[in-house]
Design a protein around this ligand. Structure first.
Ligand code: ADP
Ligand code: ASP
Ligand code: MG
Length: 424
């Protein structure tokens, strides 16, 4: 008997018919002798619908008071899902009980709309499992120290599931989604994308942080910190497929670099349309200027991604960086109203129509020329690179948003990702 956590995404929970299908799959695992904790997302489109209603009344909610209410609203989507799934399981003759985050409780900090899980008390869940119940826990939400409902950021149900698996030392966490696993890139952009049978934790961390929303980044971080055995797989295989076969399908996140992986120089391509670029022009090039510009941005709880400082001219320099598009207006406002006057900047310019495209692979460590092949491929397509950032296992570029699909397709082809990796 193993303790298994299943997570089902929005599409997998998208209708009562699909929820019934989830229940049949879960029942199959229970009948095979396993203890199951299931973490579903809201039904597809529901979180967007709820946040859309909120936007009608508060178009740009920036205060903590407003964000608190956004979380109270958005968290209801998952509450409906857990209840429906519990009913569907009961209809299969199983003993099932659902809990909202606060009932477990899943304790988080108070950063509304992007809260972090701090602690999970598994006493209640363990008692239920011992009594033979299937436990269903809401994804995406928790409760802070003051008793407020919080949410974990978009895509946060992945993190709920992995955190529950970590807290309970589950034997495996299976993330069921609407594609066959983690692919070389988003199959919606490149239909030739190929499923990776396994991907190293480091690569998955990069893919997620660079925009592959198949797993929320924090779920990958949790999996790494607590060594949670993690697999991404499809919820659209027939529910009655043999358990052994199902348990081997999809993509396994691995924690040890195995030698076979060295064959693939680039494992995947990620892209992110959610960023915006800001340039502060003509600031004096003196010690402390980066801090003067970026300090207030960080103090406003805005995450900064890529940063470039240009060579100075006549003692002046330009400074560009990217932020999440949701933070674009707030950042631009902060820079224009406070930072520019304090630093004597000549001008603050913004461009929200950018995107970041990245190639990722642990094989890049031992291969030179990977970045230059990326730049050549983009230049052959006539795509101008605005910013570049590299690390040992990734190279990212910022380009005009309108070239995103072209860039991803061209790179996928150039790095021969649609081909199976040749055997050693
Ligand atoms: P869920 O509702 O199951 O959490 P998401 O929409 O959050 O599903 O994540 C799954 C989606 O991630 C896929 O439908 C796919 O479009 C997208 N995706 C992006 N990059 C990848 C990738 N490398 N491999 C697989 N899917 C990816
Ligand atoms: N329902 C939430 C969202 O749409 C959380 C999730 O699906 O993981 O972002
Ligand atoms: Mg998701």
């Amino acid at each position: 008997m193993a303790l298994i956590v299943h997570k089902y995404g929005g599409t997998s929970m998208g209708s009562t018919e699909r929820i019934r299908n989830v229940a049949l799959r879960v029942a199959k695992w229970v009948r095979a002798g396993h203890q199951l904790v299931v973490v579903p997302s809201a039904m597809s489109g529901e979180t967007n619908r709820l946040l859309g209603l909120a936007r009608e009344l508060a178009p740009t909610p920036t205060s903590a008071a407003a964000e608190r209410e956004l979380d109270a609203i958005a968290a209801t989507g998952e509450q409906v899902s857990v209840g429906l799934l519990a009913l569907a399981l009961q209809a299969q003759g199983l003993d099932a009980v659902s809990y909202a985050g606060w009932q477990v409780p899943i304790a988080t900090d108070s950063a509304f709309t992007k809260a972090r899980i701090e602690r999970i008390d598994d006493t209640r869940v363990r008692a239920d499992l011992a009594a033979g119940k299937v436990v269903i826990i809401t994804g995406f939400q928790g409760i802070d120290g003051q008793g407020n409902v919080t949410t974990l950021g978009r895509g946060g149900s992945d993190t709920s599931a992995v955190a529950v698996a970590a807290a309970m030392k589950a034997d495996e966490c299976l993330i069921y989604t609407d594609v066959d696993g983690v692919d070389t890139t988003d199959p919606r952009i490149v239909p030739e994308a190929r499923r990776l049978a396994s991907i190293s934790f480091e690569e998955m961390l990069e893919m997620a942080s660079l925009g592959s929303k198949v797993l929320q980044i924090r779920s990958v971080e949790f999996a790494g910190k607590y060594r949670v055995p993690l697999r991404v797989l499809s919820s659209f295989t027939p529910w009655d497929i043999a358990i052994d076969e199902e348990a081997r399908s999809g993509t396994l996140i691995t924690f040890e670099e195995d030698e076979k992986m060295e064959q693939a120089v680039v494992s995947g391509i990620a892209f992110n349309r959610d960023e915006a670029k800001i340039t502060v022009m003509g600031v004096p090039d003196r010690p402390g200027i980066a801090y003067q510009i970026l300090g207030p941005v960080a103090d406003a709880n805005i995450d900064i991604d890529m940063i470039i400082q240009n060579v100075s001219h006549d003692g002046k320099t330009d400074f560009s960086f990217t932020v999440h598009r949701n933070d674009y207006a707030k950042t631009l406002d902060l820079l224009k109203s406070k930072v520019a006057p304090a630093t004597n900047a000549a001008q603050v310019l913004g461009d929200p129509k950018i995107c970041k495209v990245s190639i990722v692979g642990i094989g890049m460590r031992s291969h030179v020329g990977v970045a230059s092949k990326m730049f050549r491929t983009l230049s052959e397509e006539g795509i101008n690179i605005q910013m570049i950032s590299t690390s040992e296992i990734k190279t990212s570029v910022v380009i005009d948003e309108k070239y995103m699909e072209l860039a991803v397709r061209a790179l996928h082809k150039a790095f021969e990702l649609e081909q199976p990796v040749p055997a050693a």
